[in-house]
Design a protein around this ligand. Sequence first.
Ligand code: PEP
Length: 254
Amino acid sequence: MARTKFICGNWKMFKTAGEARELVRQLAPLMAGLARRTVQVAIAPPFTALASAAEAIAGTGLELAAQNVHWEAQGAFTGEVSAPMLKDLGVKHCIVGHSERRQLFGETDASVAKKTRAVLEAGLLPIVCVGETLAEREANETMAVVERQVRGALGGLSAAELRTLTVAYEPVWAIGTGKTATTAQAQEVHAVIRGLLRELGGGAADEVRIQYGGSVKADNAAELLAQPDVDGALVGGASLKAQDFVAIVKGALR
Ligand code: PEP
């Protein structure tokens, strides 16, 4: 089935509120003529820039994503932000389980599952990240790791819930390194993820977008996005420059 390609820019810990407004101002005219029916585009600024980005994207067709969330709706969790709080700001999508959060902030399959559920309960759309480290790939553990992460995060969800989410396959060795998975490597893992989703949710698997992430750039985007199970991209570094990000979006239109 035809799935609308979905490109999301993960700005990580870059851009103040004012800088976010400026980047959206640069993106808007570049996005203007693009065929909106065939590609969906979101940006994920840091929490502190969400409000200014929400204002700035009005009328541009861009959607707003958050980079992380707590699994409770409210409570004594100093420093955390909840899904209803994000929704209130105009956020539509939420990245969950990014490898930087798993590696640097101790997130586990169990916490990713709780966050995914909280995002869905708030009426937001999760982008659930999975992917193996270099050591795991070299030890031939890629599929086992991805299977554990997919089942761990999504195992408890209904087919109706699965249908609404996006999975981002992001090999850790490709994130911010300039190394990209080959199209064959990406398609191979995406097809395995699609098979797991089919086990979990039957026909809903055909509606789930599976993004690739890991050093996606203007010059490799179109080829990756042409693979049958690559339904979009989660873009880090290249999403911080308007021209580079829009060139990737254009790669989804070919
Ligand atoms: C990411 O952080 O999700 C990512 C894919 O980063 P980069 O594009 O910079 O590799």
